[in-house]
Write a protein that binds this ligand. Structure first.
Ligand code: PEP
Ligand code: MG
Length: 320
């Protein structure tokens, strides 16, 4: 039975009734990629490239970046690799990309908002990623997109660099779904970009207006709150109506209680740190997607995250 299902899903992780859910790894280095693939990751769902910038006194050059991305693509051996362009600012300062002091860094000059002033740096990174894409399936993902104009601008630069490099194969372009404005123009975004990955760490903080690092408001920050689940399940339905792909790469991917709800939404992928992969794969194999859809329906009726957790815990006995 197991073997049959594994075959039916092409080796990708799947539930007991055969619904696929890719389980990918979040990485910030080649060592983490190695660990993820040793633990059977279905791909890299988030390569946090800002780590190359944060640890350096000088900007990493195009060739240096290419070597690093190429190494990860080689390790992936045909599995997809989502490379996120640098997400500097907010909680992630970099000496080599000085940013102004701001009173609200999470609402300020961060990620794509910085790119127009750092266009040469953004273009160099796109070229490094495009060159690595010759070695295996690579997708480009842009962080902190809030408007259609930003997505279009990123697409135009990617296409210009692709043409300049003479690369014929298009490289899929996606965005982090982590700014709430995107939720309300999702149909239009589906016409602009190829895929989405929910950044639940940021989307949660922006949805509840609660700083992800401030414990005093931690009780408001809840990725299992019905309001958050409603945002996500509506987003997944819209994205799939357009035939697009949607994953999730924040901490919530590996949160206890979350897996049956995310399976019920029909997300295409969950990306998490390597140590969570095996347990998640084991639990996924025991779930029934139909029952999880029904469970999600009831979770959306709950008043708060505590009720959702109690509901999922009760369902999990004996097993979903
Ligand atoms: C997120 O926001 O959920 C995410 C994955 O990105 P980061 O934590 O790097 O902001
Ligand atoms: Mg984020």
């Amino acid at each position: 039975q197991r073997q049959r299902l594994a075959k039916a899903s092409g080796g990708i992780a799947a539930s007991a009734d055969g619904q696929r859910l890719e389980l990918a790894v979040n990485i910030a280095s080649t060592a983490e990629a190695q660990l993820g693939f040793a633990l059977d990751a279905d791909g890299v769902g988030l390569f946090r490239t800002e780590m190359l910038f944060m640890d350096a006194d000088e900007l990493p050059g195009e060739d240096e970046q290419f070597q690093c991305y190429a190494e990860v693509v080689r390790l992936a051996a045909g599995r997809p690799v989502i490379i996120r362009t640098f997400d500097i600012g907010g909680d992630k300062p970099a000496r080599c990309l000085p940013a102004p002091q701001e009173s609200n860094p999470f609402l300020g000059y961060r990620a794509i908002r910085m790119y127009p002033d750092q266009e040469a740096v953004f273009r160099a990174q796109l070229r490094a990623i495009l060159r690595a894409s010759a070695l295996g399936p690579v997708k480009v993902m842009i962080p902190m997109v809030a408007t259609l104009g930003e997505a279009r601008w990123a697409r135009s630069l990617l296409e210009e660099e692709r043409a300049a490099l003479g690369r014929e194969e298009p490289v899929p372009l996606g965005i982090m779904l982590e700014v709430p404005s995107v939720l309300f123009q999702l149909d239009a975004f589906c016409r602009e970009v190829d895929f989405f990955s929910v950044g639940s760490n940021d989307l949660t903080q922006y949805l509840f207006a609660a700083d992800r690092d401030n414990e005093r408001v931690g009780h408001l920050y809840d990725s299992l709150h019905p309001a958050f689940l409603a945002a996500l399940s509506q987003a997944a339905a819209t994205v799939h109506r357009h035939g697009r792909w949607i994953g999730l790469c924040g901490e919530a991917a590996a949160a206890p209680h979350a897996l049956p709800l995310f399976l019920g939404m029909g997300l295409d992928e969950l990306s998490m740190s390597a140590p969570s992969l095996q347990e998640c794969r084991r639990r996924l194999r025991e779930l029934d997607a139909g029952r999880c859809r029904e469970l999600l329906g009831r979770a959306l009726e709950c008043a708060d995250g505590a009720e959702v957790r109690a509901l999922v815990a009760a369902e999990a006995r004996p097993a979903l």
